[in-house]
Design a protein around this ligand. Structure first.
Ligand code: BTN
Length: 260
C-alpha cells in the first residue's frame, strides 16, 4: 500500500469517541498525532472498504493540501480531519456536499465559540473577512472524502496573511477535538436531510451565513473573470451572480473575491 503507516493514538481516539457520543459520522475513528495528510489516509482506508462515517483525525499535518493544489498550513492548534462518505444520491449532486460541510462548519463554530463566522461560496469559512476554515471534497470511485481544516488556536504567524484563527478572532477557548465532534454531528443531521429530501432545506439554511450575498464580487472561473453582485445559490448549489451587464449567471466552480 502506498500510504504511510503511522501509529494510531488510542488516547486521542478515546477522547474523540467520547465527544462524538455515538455519532454515525465518526463511527470509526483513526487518530494520529501527526500525518502527511488526512486525505491520503482516508482515501487509502476507503479503498480498503472502510464504511461511511470513518473519520481520520490528526493534530498536525506536514503535507496538508487545500483546493486547487494549494498547500494547507497545518501546525499544532488546528482541527484537521477527513470523513469518508458513500452518498446514494446522483453523482451530479455530490458537489453539494461541500456546501453541507461548510454549513455544518459554520454552525459548529458558532455553537462551540459563540462567534458568527460567514461562508464564502462554495465553502470557505471566514472570520472578519479572513479565512478560518477550509473544506476539500474529493470524489473517487471508492468514496467521497470530505476534508476539513479549522484554525483554532493556531498562531497567525504560522498561517498565510489572508488567514486567521478562531482564537485570534476572539473565540472562547475550544478544544479542536470538541469542534471536530460538533461538526460531525451537524454534518450528520444535514446529510440525513440531504439523503432523504435533497438540497432544498440546506439551501434555505445556508442563506443567512453567506456573507457575500448582495455584495459586489469578482469571480475567477477557469481562465474567465467576471464581476457582479452575488445573489443566491440555486436549487443545485450553484452560485448565482447578477453580472454588471444585468445578466444572471450561475457558477458551479469558481473563486470568489469580495470587491469591498
Ligand atoms: C481549502 O483550500 O480551503 C481546503 C482546505 C482543506 C484542508 C483540510 S485539513 C484536513 C484535510 N487534509 C488535507 O490535507 N486537507 C484537508
Amino acid at each position: 500500500m502506498s500510504h504511510e503507516n503511522p501509529e494510531r493514538d488510542p488516547e486521542l481516539e478515546a477522547r474523540l469517541a467520547r465527544h462524538l457520543n455515538g455519532c454515525r459520522m465518526g463511527r470509526s475513528v483513526y487518530a494520529f498525532e501527526q500525518l502527511g495528510s488526512t486525505m491520503e489516509h482516508a482515501h487509502a482506508l476507503a479503498r480498503e472498504g472502510a464504511p461511511e462515517g470513518t473519520l481520520v483525525v490528526t493534530l498536525r499535518q506536514n503535507q496538508g493540501r487545500g483546493r486547487l493544489g494549494r498547500v494547507w498550513e497545518s501546525p499544532v492548534g488546528g482541527a484537521y480531519f477527513s470523513l469518508i462518505v458513500r452518498p446514494t444520491r446522483e453523482l451530479s449532486d455530490v458537489p453539494q456536499l461541500s456546501l453541507l460541510a461548510g454549513l455544518s462548519a459554520a454552525e459548529a463554530i458558532q455553537r462551540s465559540t459563540g462567534l458568527y463566522p460567514s461562508l464564502r461560496w462554495p465553502n470557505d469559512v471566514l472570520l472578519n473577512g479572513n479565512k478560518v476554515a477550509g473544506i476539500l471534497v474529493e470524489a473517487k470511485a471508492s468514496a467521497v472524502i470530505l476534508g476539513v481544516g479549522i484554525n483554532v488556536t493556531t498562531r497567525t504567524d504560522e498561517l498565510p496573511d489572508t488567514a486567521t484563527s478562531l482564537q485570534a478572532g476572539g473565540a472562547r477557548a475550544v478544544d479542536p477535538l470538541v469542534l471536530t465532534a460538533s461538526l460531525c454531528q451537524q454534518f450528520q443531521a444535514w446529510y440525513d436531510v440531504w439523503t432523504a429530501e435533497g438540497f432544498a432545506s440546506i439551501r434555505e439554511a445556508l442563506r443567512p451565513w453567506m456573507g457575500h450575498f448582495g455584495q459586489p464580487v469578482h469571480i475567477s472561473a477557469g481562465s474567465q473573470q467576471f464581476e457582479g453582485t452575488a445573489s443566491d445559490v440555486d436549487e443545485n448549489g450553484r452560485l448565482m451572480v447578477r453580472l454588471d451587464s444585468g445578466l444572471i449567471r450561475t457558477f458551479d466552480v469558481g473563486e470568489v473575491t469580495l470587491l469591498r
